[in-house]
Design a protein around this ligand. Structure first.
Ligand code: NAD
Length: 260
């Protein structure tokens, strides 16, 4: 279904990004993989994805906080694999701290990786998508693109920014066969969430079990984490023809969190 389409998924060596890459591989896409991690594990991921898709898959170790490096990656992908048809902006990090103690370097990193990278990849792919008359841009935002939680000032600011950027770029590309949408998950049990449990426990002065029960899943009426595979299915749907009329949307997948 995506045979011959080139897809870049940022932050696809782990968690949600890896789940999306796996789904797009099952649909036959040619994949550009990005993110950090153990070199052997990443090599295995790329081999497995290429086997699944029966199409090329290539890894780009670009730091998504570096605009110049992103420009180079985008040019390299176009040379290596062809123009990008599907862009999934997914790379993201988190830091949990009261605002008065929030380290400036963490603020800058979160804004750069979670928000500004979305601008840098998007501005690079839009010209080729416009000349091809087709493109799909999907930004993995968060329930935190719609509502806030304490101690996550940079993350909430960045994700609200992604929500606004999604709407603006959707308007600018709407007559070119390009759709731009955000998906806003609630809590998904990935390394990003596991890693913030101890910090949240410390910031709130509660145990880690209480963080899961009373902070994370307390926000989600379903009382269940959102599944990576379900997010990947939503990406697949948004890439399909039936979603051609959906642009500028922010699709909540949060177990009812933002309905409250
Ligand atoms: P994760 O930690 O499992 O994966 C993050 C990915 O981003 C990894 O591949 C990592 O190597 C990559 N990455 C981090 N910094 C990078 C950098 N500077 N340059 C390039 N790659 C970098 O996290 P996840 O939970 O799968 O999160 C993926 C996205 O989903 C993020 O944007 C996150 O904000 C969003 N999200 C996650 C949840 C959740 O509950 N897990 C909920 C809502 C939204």
């Amino acid at each position: 279904m995506l045979k011959g389409k080139v897809a870049l998924i940022t932050g696809s060596t782990s968690g949600i990004g890896l789940g999306i890459a796996t789904k797009l591989a099952e649909m036959g896409a040619t994949l550009a993989i990005n993110g950090f991690g153990d070199a052997d594990a990443i090599e295995q991921i790329v081999t497995d994805l290429s086997k699944t898709s029966n199409a090329p898959a290539k890894y780009y170790p670009t730091d998504m906080s570096d605009a110049t490096a992103i420009d180079k990656m985008m040019a390299d992908i176009a040379n290596d694999l062809g123009p990008i048809d599907i862009l999934i902006n997914n790379a993201g990090i988190q830091h949990v701290s009261p605002v008065e103690d929030f380290p400036t370097d963490k603020w800058n990193a979160i804004i750069a990786i979670n928000m500004s990278s979305v601008f840098h990849t998007t501005r690079n792919v839009v010209p080729a998508m416009k000349s091809n008359g087709w493109g799909r841009i999907i930004n993995i935002a968060s329930a935190h693109s719609l509502v806030a939680s304490p101690f996550k000032s940079a993350y909430v600011a960045a994700k609200h920014g992604v929500g606004g950027f999604t709407k603006t770029t959707a308007l600018e590309t709407a007559t070119h066969g390009i759709t731009v949408n955000a998906i806003s998950p609630g809590y998904v049990l990935t390394p990003l969430v596991s890693a913030q449990i101890p910090d949240t426990a410390q910031a709130r002065g509660i145990s880690e079990e209480e963080v899961v029960r009373d902070v994370l899943l307390a926000a989600q009426p379903t009382k269940e984490f959102v599944a990576i595979d379900d997010i990947a299915e939503m990406v697949a749907f948004l890439c399909g023809n039936a979603a051609k009329g959906i642009t500028g949307s922010n699709v909540s997948m949060d177990g009812g969190w933002t309905a409250k």
